[in-house]
Design a protein around this ligand. Structure first.
Ligand code: PRX
Length: 656
C-alpha cells in the first residue's frame, strides 16, 4: 500500500477545522447529536426515516435477532417514489416545485449531453417500468443491469425499484464470464444492457459481451438494449429475446403505478469480492437502506437544493448505487453524471466538466486523486473550479499527501474534505467527518457517523480505545446488508463468526488515535483494493489456474503509487510448459478476459514451487513481503524455506 505507516500517520499534526462560514450554514451544526444518537440510535434513525415518504407506518423500529436485523418492518414504501415522484407531485397530487428542477445532467465521453428534470425523470421511469411490466416481470424478480454511465442506467434501476423488482447491476468493465456468473447466481429473468458505451475513445461493446454471457444462462427471458448512438447502433439482436429500449418506450404507457414494498423487501443485490473465488450477492432492502443513504447524503455532503453534485463512481459499484442514485435523488438533488475516462480527450476533462456545469460537490477516489497529482497542476489551473464547495473521498485509504493536494489544488483551500469509510455491505457511509462540525486530519476518516457504533476490536472482541486492531460495528444500523443472496451461512460466517455473532467484522485493519479518530490501514483478509476496486485474491487465482498452462497460482497485492495496490501473481506452470515473457502476457490477458481489466496482474512471477505451510496453505504473507521487497519474516513453518529464497531472488531481478 502507498498508505504510510501508522507512526507516520499519527505524527500528522495538520488539522482543518470547518470555516465559520461553512459552519454557520451547514445542514448538521449541532455537535451534541453524536451523544444523543449514541444514547438512542433507534430514535435517531427513526427521525430520519420519517423524512421519507411511507405508504404505511412501521411499528417496530428495529427487530434484532443477531445477526439478522429488520428495520421499520411493518412499514411500506417505494424507493422510486421517494427518489422521483415525491419531487414531482405534491401531497395533494399537484405539481411539486421541484418537478422543473434538474435531476440528472449528463455528458457522454464524446461530448454529447442531456439534461433531465425531475419531471422528465418521472416520465422516463414510468414508461420504462411499463416496459418491464409488459415483459411479465413481477415483484421480487431479479433484473441484471449491464450499462454504460448514461441516464438510462439510472432510469433502469429506478424503474425496477418502482415495481419492486430487484436490480443486480454488473459493472460494464466486467467480462462476459463475470456477467454470466452473476446472472446465474441471482437467477435474473431479464437483462438491461446497451449496444455499447464509450471509454477512452473506444467503443466498449456491452451487448457483444452480454450475448456471450447469455450462452451460459438459463434464466434470462428478455434482453432490453439501449441504443447508445442512434446513428451507429452496433449489435445484433436475437429475435424473440432482444428488444430495443427506444422501440419499447414508444409503445409504453405513460404511467405505471408504483408497487408498495415492505421495508424489508429486497431493493437490490450487488456482487462484491470476498475471500473465496465466488463473488457474493450483497442483499440490501428498501426502508433501512434508503434511510441510511438519505441521511448520510444530507449531512456528509451537506446537500442543498442549489447544489450540483458529482460522484464519479460508476453505478456498477455500491458508491454509484448509494451516492449517484438513491442518496442524492431521495434528497431531490441535481446529479451530474459523466460516462467516460478522466483523461479523455485530455487530462483536464474532469476540471472542464466542473467548470462547465458549475459542480459544487465532488466525490471521487484516492486513486484518481493520485493520478491527477501525477499529471500535474497545470491541467487543473487552466480551469475555473470556484464553484466547488465540498470535496469527498472514498474507496481506499487516502494518503495525507494526496489529501492535502486535493484540498489545496482542487478545493482551493476553501472546501472541506470528507474522507468517507464504508463498504458495499454497509450500504451507506459509516465513518466520516461532518463538514460543518468536524476538524479534519489528512489521512483520517475521523469519526463514526452519528447513530453508528463503530469500534476497533482486538482478536478477543475487546474494544481498543486508542491503538490498532480490527474494524467492527457493534450495533445494527439501518442500511446494513441483510444477508448474502441465497447463502445465509456465508453471511454469518464472513461477517459474524469472528466474535461469535456479537459484532460485525468489516475485514479492515484500523487504528484509533488519542482523540478517537479512525485511521484505516487496508484489508486484513485476502481482499485487495486495486484502484479503489475490490478484488479477491482467490478470484484472480481461479482465473489463472483456469489457463491450460498453469498448475498453481497465488496472488498478492503490492504497493502501487497510483492504484494503491497492484496485483502480483506467483505462478507454477504444468509439466513440460516453457515459461516466457510471452506466456506471462498471455496469462495477464487471460485474467482480464475471465474477470475484467481490473483483475489483470501487473507482474507474473514464474516459480517452480510456492511457499507453503506444513499443512499445505500458501503463505501469502511471505509472498506479499517478497512482492513488496521487504525482508523476510519467520519462515520456520515453511515446508521448504529454500523456495522462498529463490523466489525472492527471482523477484528482485524482475522489478522495474
Ligand atoms: O478496505 C475498505 C476500503 O474499501 C473497502 C470496501 O470496498 P467496497 O465494498 O468496494 O466499497 C467501496 C466504496 C464504499 C473497505 O473494506 N475503503 C472504502 N472507503 C475507504 C476505505 N479504506 C480507507 N478509507 C476509506 N475512506
Amino acid at each position: 500500500m502507498t498508505h504510510p505507516s501508522i507512526d507516520v500517520l499519527l505524527s500528522e499534526t495538520r488539522n482543518f477545522p470547518p470555516s465559520e462560514d461553512f459552519k454557520a450554514k451547514a445542514n448538521s451544526r449541532d455537535a451534541s447529536v453524536y451523544e444523543t444518537a449514541a444514547r438512542d440510535p433507534e430514535k435517531f434513525w427513526e427521525k430520519w426515516a420519517k423524512e421519507l415518504k411511507w405508504d404505511n407506518p412501521w411499528k417496530t423500529t428495529l427487530d434484532w435477532k443477531p445477526p439478522h436485523a429488520q428495520w421499520f418492518k411493518e412499514g411500506k414504501l417505494n424507493a422510486c417514489v421517494n427518489c422521483v415522484d415525491r419531487h414531482v407531485l405534491d401531497e395533494k397530487g399537484g405539481e411539486h416545485a421541484r418537478s422543473k428542477k434538474k435531476a440528472l445532467i449528463w455528458e457522454g465521453e464524446p461530448g454529447d449531453t442531456r439534461t433531465l428534470t425531475y419531471g422528465d425523470l418521472y416520465r422516463e421511469v414510468n414508461r420504462f417500468a411499463n416496459v418491464l411490466k409488459k415483459i411479465g416481470l413481477q415483484k421480487g424478480d431479479r433484473v441484471a443491469v449491464y450499462m454504460p454511465m448514461t441516464p438510462e442506467a439510472v432510469i433502469a434501476c429506478l424503474a425496477c425499484a418502482r415495481l419492486g423488482l430487484v436490480h443486480s447491476v454488473v459493472f460494464g468493465g466486467f467480462s462476459a464470464e463475470s456477467l454470466r456468473d452473476r446472472i446465474n447466481d441471482a437467477e435474473a429473468r431479464a437483462l438491461i444492457t446497451a449496444d455499447f458505451g464509450w471509454r477512452r475513445g473506444k467503443r466498449i461493446e456491452l451487448k457483444k459481451a452480454a450475448d456471450e454471457a447469455l450462452q451460459g444462462t438459463a434464466s434470462i427471458e428478455k434482453v432490453i438494449v439501449y441504443r447508445r448512438d442512434e446513428k451507429e447502433p452496433v449489435c445484433t439482436m436475437k429475435s424473440g429475446r432482444d428488444l430495443w429500449w427506444h422501440e419499447e418506450m414508444q409503445k409504453a404507457a405513460e404511467f405505471t403505478a408504483p408497487v408498495s414494498c415492505h421495508a424489508e423487501d429486497m431493493l437490490f443485490t450487488l456482487y462484491t469480492s470476498g475471500t473465496t473465488g465466488k463473488p457474493k450477492g450483497i442483499v440490501h432492502t428498501t426502508g433501512g437502506y434508503l434511510t441510511g443513504v438519505y441521511a448520510t447524503t444530507k449531512w456528509v455532503f451537506d446537500m442543498r437544493d442549489e447544489d450540483v453534485y458529482w460522484c464519479t463512481a460508476d453505478i456498477g459499484w455500491i458508491t454509484g448505487h448509494s451516492y449517484v442514485i438513491y442518496g442524492p435523488l431521495s434528497n431531490g438533488a441535481t446529479v451530474f453524471i459523466y460516462e467516460g475516462s478522466p483523461d479523455w480527450p485530455e487530462k483536464d476533462r474532469f476540471w472542464r466538466l466542473i467548470e462547465k456545469y458549475k459542480v459544487t460537490i465532488f466525490y471521487t477516489a484516492p486513486t484518481a486523486i493520485r493520478a491527477f497529482m501525477k499529471w500535474g497542476t497545470d491541467w487543473v489551473k487552466r480551469c475555473d473550479l470556484s464553484s466547488l464547495r465540498l470535496l469527498g473521498s472514498v474507496g481506499e485509504p487516502i494518503n495525507p499527501e494526496a489529501w492535502i493536494w486535493y484540498q489545496e489544488q482542487i478545493g482551493g483551500s476553501r472546501c472541506p474534505v470528507v474522507d468517507t469509510w464504508w463498504q458495499t455491505e454497509t450500504g451507506a457511509i459509516m465513518v466520516t467527518p461532518l463538514p460543518g462540525l468536524t476538524t479534519t486530519k489528512p489521512g483520517s476518516a475521523t469519526r463514526a457517523f452519528p447513530g453508528i457504533a463503530a469500534e476497533i476490536l482486538n482478536e478477543e472482541g475487546q474494544i481498543v480505545k486508542a491503538g490498532g486492531g480490527f474494524m467492527a460495528i457493534t450495533k445494527p444500523w439501518p442500511s446494513m446488508l441483510r444477508t448474502i443472496f441465497n447463502d445465509d451461512a456465508r453471511y454469518q460466517q464472513t461477517y459474524w463468526s469472528k466474535w461469535q455473532g456479537r459484532f460485525y467484522f468489516a475485514g479492515d485493519g484500523a487504528h484509533r488515535d488519542e482523540e478517537g479518530y479512525f485511521w484505516f490501514m487496508g484489508r486484513v483478509d485476502d481482499v485487495m483494493n486495486v484502484a479503489g476496486h475490490r478484488i479477491g485474491t482467490m478470484e484472480v487465482e481461479s482465473a489463472l489456474v483456469d489457463h491450460p498452462s498453469v498448475a498453481e497460482a497465488a496472488v498478492v497485492g503490492k504497493p502501487h503509487d497510483i492504484k494503491g495496490q497492484a496485483l502480483v501473481a506467483f505462478v507454477t506452470v504444468k509439466e513440460g510448459v516453457a515459461t516466457s515473457a510471452a506466456l506471462a502476457e498471455v496469462l495477464k490477458q487471460h485474467a482480464a478476459k475471465k474477470i475484467g481489466a481490473i483483475a489483470k496482474p501487473d507482474d507474473i512471477i514464474f516459480t517452480a514451487d510456492l511457499p507453503k505451510t506444513r499443512s499445505g496453505k500458501i503463505m501469502r504473507r511471505l509472498l506479499r513481503d517478497i512482492a513488496e521487497g521487504k525482508a523476510l519474516g519467520d519462515t520456520t513453518t515453511l515446508a521448504d524455506a529454500a523456495v522462498v529464497e529463490s523466489l525472492k531472488q527471482k523477484y528482485a531481478g524482475t522489478e522495474e
